[in-house]
Design a protein around this ligand. Structure first.
Ligand code: MRU
Length: 349
């Protein structure tokens, strides 16, 4: 995607250095950071400087490749397994992380150069898969559609293009008249900060809505379809995505609105038979109790939103049962959210 006329990916690696767009500063500041060691890259994952399933996956692959390079440099092979455990403990829900680490780890057992090559392939494939998801998803979008989305499943959440937003970018570039309702997505506000910024940069008409406004808009006939991304999809089609997605799917079903998930096959986890097997990340209560943003002078401030003395519970994801999902848009086509649908695209050829 282009920012200020220049094409960027969210994450990339040159020699042993990993570069990434620092998402915690967006939309107020656009800054590229670099990470010289796998531990620094793990920190970027943990603190969500890079977030979103595909971007997490690509960055984790690069972290694993850095670990192989470091092990070679210090002649210390014990570092490799330690690094794998550390990388895998940063974000437990996003399937793409485990997918990428497994691939790069296997390649790295041959040579560190192979690890780097595999990490680059994982990142390139993520971008290409998302481009294809855009093409399949665009076939569902009619001129004049008003589309709701939750969280950020745009290009920032992947290496490029995004999943839920990729079809919207294509539809808009083809001249379809679309309008997007962007769920704010508390507690970290990925919708209000990141999705809104992406759509603004692309010139796509949109508005931010409070998380609790969706059902009312749907009931008023203002939403034609909903598309979200996914962090992990079980073998039966149950889908983990950002907390609040399940509520939207319930509202959409009750009100007869199509509800689609968009995700590459690297997000599917056949080891999870149903959504009950998907680990749900729990994050700090600080994210619920406080908010951060620039004051009137542009200085970043953190303010408390909640009653002093009260704590908060902060599950980062929920699971939408497959039965509420109208279809899953993948790089191999649009499938039903059923075991047969999932098997039709995940079975080896
Ligand atoms: O916690 P995050 O921001 O890494 O959450 C992941 C997501 O970006 C969303 O759940 C998204 O909708 C899934 S698609 C990347």
């Amino acid at each position: 995607m282009r920012v200020g006329g220049k094409h960027y990916r969210t994450v990339w690696m040159e020699d042993h250095v990993v570069y990434f767009i620092e998402q915690n500063l967006l939309p107020f500041e656009f800054r590229i950071q670099q990470s010289l060691h796998y531990r620094q890259t793990c920190e970027a994952l943990r603190t969500m400087q890079v977030r979103g399933a595909g971007a997490i996956g690509a960055l984790s692959g690069f972290a694993m490749a850095q670990a192989f390079l470091e092990a070679k440099e210090h002649n210390d092979s014990s570092l490799i397994e330690k690094a794998r455990v550390e990388i895998e403990s940063t974000r437990p829900t996003a399937r793409n992380l485990f997918y990428a680490v497994e691939k790069v780890h296997s390649a790295g057992l041959v040579s560190s150069a192979m690890a780097v090559g595999e990490a680059q392939s994982v990142a390139n494939k993520d971008a290409e898969d998302c481009r294809k998801i855009g093409e399949y998803g665009n076939s569902l979008i009619r001129d004049g559609f008003r589309i709701e989305t939750h969280c950020n499943a745009g290009w920032l959440a992947f290496v490029d293009y995004g999943t839920a937003l990729s079809p919207l970018y294509l539809a808009h570039s083809e001249g379809k008249d679309i309008f997007v309702f962007v769920d704010e997505t508390r507690p970290r506000s990925q919708g209000a900060r990141l999705t809104a910024w992406e759509l603004h940069e692309e010139g796509i008409p949109h508005t931010i809505i409070a998380d609790n406004a969706g059902a009312w808009l749907m009931a008023g006939g203002k939403v034609d379809m909903m598309i979200t991304g996914a962090d992990r999809i079980a073998a039966n089609g149950d889908t983990a995505n950002k907390i609040g997605t399940f509520e939207k799917a319930l509202a959409a079903r009750a009100l007869g609105i199509p509800f689609y998930i968009a995700a590459p096959l690297s997000t599917f986890d056949l080891n999870c038979k149903t959504g009950k097997d998907i680990p749900i990340e729990e994050r700090s209560q600080e994210e619920v109790l406080y908010a951060e943003g620039p004051d009137e002078n542009g200085d970043m401030r953190k303010i408390r939103l909640a009653s002093p003395g009260s704590g908060a519970f902060n599950p980062a994801f929920d699971v939408t049962p497959a039965g509420l999902i109208s279809g899953i848009i993948t790089e191999k086509g649009i499938i039903s959210a059923t075991r047969d649908g999932v098997m039709s695209v995940t079975r080896e050829p």
